[in-house]
Design a binder for this molecule. Sequence first.
Ligand code: ADP
Ligand code: MG
Length: 231
Amino acid sequence: MQQQIVRSEKSKVVGELAVGFAHEIRNPLSTIKGFLQLFQKEEQIESKKDQFRLMVNEIDRVNNIIKDLLNMARQAQIQQEKTDIKQLLDHTRQMFLAETDKRGIDFTFLNDSELPVAWVDSDKVQQVMINLVKNAMDSMPNGGELTIHTIESKTEMIGIIVQDSGVGMSREVLDRIGTPFFTTKSDGTGLGLMTCFRIAEEINGSLTVESKEGEGTCFAFQIPIYKNQPE
Ligand code: ADP
Ligand code: MG
């Protein structure tokens, strides 16, 4: 598999983010403004249903971007706590089971070993899992296999592997993921992975990816364990 390790510095591009944000908001808004100006000169608005639909779509897009940005900017301090990762991942799977079923995706969670307790901000880890699962689902429009499994590494970390059998990524896409607003989706925001890389860094973990076009993608999310367990 083609390998690409994405460095976490990518998540530190605050200035780039501000510029990108302004740009992304300006484009859809100018589309809306253009149509509205056109309508001002028209008698029959009835015949402009398509443009109305487009305007609503564009407004939705703005809302999605703002929602993702706010999520990301929720600078809440990191709350590291003892976390049962198996329980957290079970919860992630439950959240998406109805949706994956509907889309013909076989979603499996393999966890056969006894894992140590993790030392993480569980809300943030859940946020990463949600983003990774959503992306995996998007990569399999005709169904496929989505597997999460855990491994205990020798480096006092737990590895959470998220593997899909989706469209995969080209070298060009791999090089750009995690950059603010980089998306290949018509309704994407390009903020999901950036948030994931940033969270991985904040909790002293890491996030790496391997992908091959036409075969699938595998994200490896390493999170720290709780070292001085009384048990
Ligand atoms: P968004 O999902 O809004 O596009 P992300 O930051 O979550 O933004 O992802 C950026 C891009 O990375 C996606 O548009 C897609 O091209 C690519 N990508 C991410 N995860 C996967 C995956 N599991 N399979 C294939 N491509 C992916
Ligand atoms: Mg995404």
